[in-house]
Design a protein around this ligand. Structure first.
Ligand code: PRX
Length: 646
């Protein structure tokens, strides 16, 4: 890649910076030299019931122990809501913009408090106690945030499942964490289309007999099935409940939520985050990375079903007393100007979205952007996948008109919050680089043997030490936690990402180095899609890889071997696509399916994915050494019939 230019902090931004370059350097240096002292101070941004005297207790070896502020007690909902009431009861907490541009709602901190207390009492009346798990399967409506915070208020552990997941996926996630209660809505609304959430829950619950309560928000008024005794309307139950609900005193290390995410092997794992460290980190990163200032309108376009929605729509902004915009719809409905129309309508100051959305909008040209003034915008953010310099520059020039810094924030479900990112007042930008580590974050690049690589280099991205927002375990499977993150490279957290560090110490995330793919910012395990495919009676074997896709970043390429005697028809191809959508959800829709009479395997039977990735990328000229294959002939067939010729 040719060396892209460096974009200095715009003078108008530098003039008002709370953290300028010198301060970033000093704070960063201190955070690494004295993490205990640094985080002891930062922890005070929250209100603690019993203040902590212990700050960091971490051991990355053996069984792996990660604890922060562990003798302190607090309540996350109190910190996000109640403590703001004296000053902000009348301030908008959630600014909701509906799928239909004619619909919006301003929910104040005071109104949100009442709604959460009522719902928390409904949960309690249904038997939910501290430590119980509650599954939330909701559209992007304020009630989704109330549901999360009502759980936090009474010490229940929420597990939000993205509304785009299928009933099959929902079953696995409800069963894995033993939820007895589900909070959902009749239907979701996205881009003018209805999403049958309650019907999906009903289908899932046929396999989840332990669920005794389903609380249903009426969103569209669409017709839904009803199980008497089990199902209850949100509006009826909350209207009848008391508006007073004391908060539960939680230890800093009590679980706050579980969020399922895909890995290279097996089923999605329940990433467990705890209360104190997570909230300190979400709050601090939200304030510093987005340079959030009192009174501003902040908009993160993610869905609450993903970690970005947890940390940067709900917990971080609300802990900071911000106004957080929650958008129900999609970027291109009613048309490709929607994001910018919303920016103008609500005078949005800070806008945080994903590269896949930027690329899709870039394809529509500048006119839809220029239809809106965007004068309120002062900061732009990107998250979820590497942003290519071309999209970065379009975001910078066209959307931000060269005046809004772009924070390209690298992090993961597991990290709880942003780890590598520019700070708007401190960091000169390079298009495509996530730039420099956040406070307390120690990235290291290692080779495949685990040797630390110094200076300008490229390799596997690891983190040498803990930060408060780090996940604590895989729910119900600590062994898997240790194996997944701490066994590849001893004594370090392995991210699963590759990265390059340039001569200025800037990080460039190169993408996953494991069998995880990132499709339109959605994280998927190739193994999950493969097991969905082989569950089809006509499929004998399947191998799934990612391939470069202009809009989505990566597309899903499946090689499928049918059982003997089955014909390779277009109809079957379509059927398999539908099958995967049903098994996992529309986000896992295969883009290309190639019929494979055989898969390239080593003599010991291991599929050589390296070769499959090359063919999928239409780079079959560079297959490398194929001499170890059991049957090198299969490669010729796969190359000859490859589906991607771009
Ligand atoms: O590969 C990295 C990519 O997304 C992965 C994490 O996905 P998930 O847990 O779903 O969380 C997404 C939202 C934080 C990472 O391992 N990724 C995320 N942000 C970036 C990124 N890749 C490059 N640049 C980013 N800014």
């Amino acid at each position: 890649m040719s060396s892209p230019s460096v974009i200095p902090v715009p003078p108008a931004v530098a003039a008002h910076a709370r953290i300028d370059e010198a301060r970033y350097k000093a704070m960063y240096e201190r955070s690494i030299r004295d993490p205990e002292g640094f985080w002891a101070e930062q922890g005070r941004r929250l209100n603690w019931i019993r203040p902590y005297t212990q700050v960091k207790d971490v051991d990355y070896t053996g069984d792996v122990r990660i604890r922060w502020f562990h003798d302190g007690t607090l309540n996350a909902c109190w910190n996000c809501v109640d403590r703001h009431l004296p000053a902000r009861a009348g301030q908008t907490a959630i600014l909701w913009e509906g799928d239909d541009p004619a619909e919006d709602r301003h929910v104040t901190y005071g109104e949100m408090h009442e709604a959460i207390c009522r719902l928390a009492n409904v949960l309690k009346a249904r038997g939910v106690k501290k430590g119980d798990r509650v599954t939330i399967y909701m559209p992007m409506i304020p009630e989704a945030a109330y549901a999360m915070l009502a759980c936090a208020r009474i010490g229940a552990v929420h597990s939000v499942v993205f509304g785009g997941f299928s009933p099959e996926s929902l079953i696995g996630r409800i069963q894995d964490c033993d939820s007895a209660v589900v909070i959902t809505a009749d239907e979701g609304l996205r881009g003018g289309r209805k999403v049958p959430l309650k019907a999906n829950v009903d289908a899932a619950l046929e396999h989840c007999p332990a669920v005794h309560s389903v609380i249903v928000v009426r969103r569209t008024g669409g017709k839904v099935g009803w199980a008497e005794g089990r199902d209850v309307w949100y509006h009826e139950a909350t209207a009848a409940a008391s508006r007073d609900c004391p908060v539960e005193e939680m230890s800093a290390e009590d679980p706050l939520f579980i969020l399922y995410t895909s890995g290279s092997t097996g089923k999605p794992k329940g990433v467990l985050h705890t209360t104190g460290g997570y909230l300190v980190f979400a709050s601090m990163t939200h304030e510093a990375v987005f340079d959030y200032r009192d009174g501003e309108i902040y908009w993160c376009t993610a869905d609450v079903g993903w970690v970005t929605g947890h940390s940067y729509i709900v917990y971080g902004p609300l802990a900071n007393g911000a106004t957080t915009l929650m958008f129900e719809g999609v970027p291109n409905y009613p048309d490709a100007s929607r994001f910018w129309q919303v920016v103008d309508k609500h005078k949005v100051n800070i806008f945080y979205t994903a590269p896949t959305a930027i690329r899709a909008l870039m394809r529509e040209g500048e006119a839809p952007v220029k239809k809106a003034s965007r004068q309120s915008l002062r900061l732009l953010g990107s998250v979820g996948e590497p942003i290519n310099p071309e999209a970065w520059l379009w975001y910078w020039n066209v959307v931000g008109e060269g005046r809004c810094p772009i924070v390209d924030t690298w992090w993961q479900t597991e990290t709880g919050g942003i780890l590598i990112t520019p700070l708007p007042g401190a960091t000169a930008l390079k298009p495509g680089s996530a730039t420099l580590p956040f406070f307390g974050v120690r990235p290291v690049i290692v080779d495949n043997e685990g040797n630390h690589l110094e200076g300008a280099t490229e390799g596997n991205l690891c983190l040498a030490d803990s930060w408060p927002g780090q996940m604590r375990t895989v729910y119900g499977d600590h062994k898997r936690f240790v194996e997944t993150y701490f066994s590849t490279f001893k004594g370090m957290y392995f991210t699963g990402d590759g990265a390059r560090r340039d001569e200025d110490g800037y990080y460039w995330i190169t993408g996953r180095v494991d069998d995880v793919i990132n499709v339109a910012g959605h994280r998927l395990g190739t193994a999950e899609i493969e097991s969905a495919l082989v569950a089809h009676p006509k499929v004998a074997e399947a191998a799934v890889v990612g391939y470069p896709h202009d809009i989505k970043g990566q597309g899903i390429y499946a090689y499928v071997t049918l059982v003997a005697g089955e014909a390779t028809t277009e109809e079957l191809r379509r059927e398999l696509v539908q099958w995967v959508r049903k098994e996992i959800g529309p986000i896992a829709t295969p883009d290309l399916i190639q019929w494979a009479p055989g898969l390239p395997k080593t003599r010991s039977g291991k599929i050589m994915r390296r070769i499959l990735r090359k063919i999928a990328a239409n780079e079959h000229g560079q297959l490398g050494d194929t001499s170890t294959l059991a049957d090198p002939g299969v490669v010729d067939d796969l190359v000859g019939n490859r589906m991607n010729r771009a």
